[in-house]
Design a protein around this ligand. Structure first.
Ligand code: P53
Length: 478
């Protein structure tokens, strides 16, 4: 029988992260996270990472959309759209406020019990990321984040606490959000959010530091997988990467080789998590650079024993690279090689829009890993206009429709095993990269602006009704 649609039980839903929507940054015993010390940036203006919370500065995540107090109302709206699942994260600082606390914080644990119960009440399956840019700031300051082997134990303790507490409520987990994004090792934001590393401003030590921290993270992830399976063998635990197809700018062999090199710089994180060992290209690269990360034989055993069950990934854009910018053998920081791709459009934030790249991504990841895939983020950050008769976000519908059409081809024509689809920011929230509210992704509009003003009232956009119809038809009616 020929497949004609998404599989039965396909996990339709939406995705968010705790720090970007919960707010209530000091309630229920919550500690300060790395996201709590990031100010509001603007379009193409990076956020400032301050040394602790400085009075008078605007930290948008502190109150966000106050999901902490509105979650019942919001989940009801997700249920109205027909969500089968809801991807969120557990704020590490609600459970271990300082990261190195002896015992977990009961009020934090209770909050997620209530949140997951509320989802399950509507038959919505929680899909949970353990670490989504929310490391306790104390771990950053006191231990240099994942630059320190001790942080492995802090993370595993956090993971095990969550696994034990929610073992009967949550089946789908991911360890680290977009673990591969730190391949951009000179990017302050990504290094702080991924690994809790504050960068060396000369830029000399950043790459070596990244390989070390990322190694501790893949070990921490593998240990969490191992422990998780003991707690509930039915858990499905995945990696989570920001998958970006890399295209050579031309068919010049040096461009093609460069594109492959850049793939290698980004893909090794998931290679290790899915295969259980480092690809030879990374081993050779670290050796050539003279880096000596602390990788023990015991670590290598753990990596083999703690491989993931599926690959979750975000897909927003593709990238083109040119050897006119950097020769293949000189490539270190992938950001150096990127050029504008003239064959695709770009969003108002210059994110290139490439639906075909999603089909490419699904095929590429299937060929490479042979495990089920889960699109856990996809979407268009856009300025929305509130009009008297509603919010007519046809540009968002268009973006999502074109991407889902390609995803469907990958499933139906190419045989990709796709578990589900959770578009990013199903309800408007604080942008991770810019700290803006005005970079909106939601099906649900939240009345709040970049200065923090607004009633927080929720309203349905046109895309809300469109997505409801998509889910109802299991993707047949796009
Ligand atoms: P925003 C790039 C930069 C920052 C975070 O991003 C990113 C990416 C995409 O690879 O990752 C994800 O809010 C992330 C979410 C984030 C979303 O992309 O900058 O997992 O937390 O909100 C969208 O527009």
């Amino acid at each position: 029988m020929t497949k004609t649609e998404f599989k039965k039980g396909f996990l339709w839903g939406g995705a968010v992260a705790a720090h970007q929507l919960e707010g209530a940054w000091q309630e229920g015993g919550k500690g300060v996270s790395v996201a709590d010390v990031m100010t509001a940036g603007a379009n193409k203006v990076p956020r400032e990472i301050t040394d602790g919370v400085i009075p008078g500065k605007n930290y948008p995540n502190h109150s966000a959309i106050d999901f902490y107090h509105h979650y019942k109302e919001d989940i009801k709206l997700f249920a109205e759209m027909g969500f089968k699942c809801f991807r969120t994260s557990i704020a590490w600082t609600r459970i271990f406020p300082n990261g190195d606390d002896e015992t977990p914080n009961e009020a934090g644990l209770k909050f997620y019990d209530d949140l997951f119960d509320e989802c399950l009440k509507y038959g919505i399956e929680p899909v949970v990321t353990l670490s989504h840019f929310e490391m306790p700031f104390n771990l950053v300051k006191k231990y240099n984040g994942f630059g320190n082997r001790k942080t492995i134990d802090f993370f595993v303790k956090f993971a095990v606490t969550c696994f034990k507490r929610y073992k009967d409520k949550v089946k789908y987990w991911m360890t680290f959000n977009e673990i591969d994004n730190q391949s951009s090792f000179n990017n302050d934001f990504l290094m702080a959010t991924n690994s809790g590393l504050l960068l060396d401003k000369d830029g000399n030590k950043n790459e070596a530091a990244m390989y070390q921290a990322a190694h501790y993270e893949v070990v921490a992830s593998a240990l969490a997988v191992k422990e998780g399976k003991k707690i509930n063998p039915d858990f499905m635990i995945g990696t989570m990467i920001a998958f970006t197809p890399i295209y050579p700018a031309t068919s010049k062999p040096a461009d093609v080789l460069l594109a492959q090199r850049m793939d290698q710089r980004r893909n090794w994180f998931s290679d290790v998590q899915v295969w259980g060992y480092y690809p030879s290209n990374v081993e050779a690269y670290i050796e050539r650079k003279g880096y000596r990360p602390d990788i023990t034989e015991e670590d290598r055993v753990v990596l083999k024993e703690g491989t993931v069950d599926y690959v979750g990934f975000s897909y927003y854009q593709s990238m083109a690279v040119s050897s006119d910018k950097v020769a293949p053998d000189d490539l270190a920081d992938p950001e150096e090689a990127i050029v504008r791709n003239q064959f695709v459009e770009a969003s108002d934030w210059d994110w290139e829009i490439d639906p075909v790249g999603l089909r490419y991504a699904l095929n590429e990841l299937t060929d490479r890993y042979h495990v089920p895939l889960f699109i856990v983020e996809n979407g268009l950050g856009a300025y929305d206009k509130v009009e008297a008769d509603g919010i007519h976000d046809d540009y968002r519908i268009d973006y999502l429709r074109r991407h889902l059409t390609e995803a469907k081809k990958a499933v139906v024509l190419d045989g990709v095993d796709l578990m589900g689809y959770t578009p990013w920011g199903c309800i408007d929230l604080v942008s991770a990269g810019t700290g803006q509210m005005s970079k909106r992704y939601g099906f649900i509009y939240v009345d709040k602006d970049d200065e923090g003003n607004g009633t927080l009232e929720r309203s349905r956009k046109d895309s809300f009704y469109w997505y409801q119809k998509v889910i109802k038809s299991n993707g047949a009616d796009l």
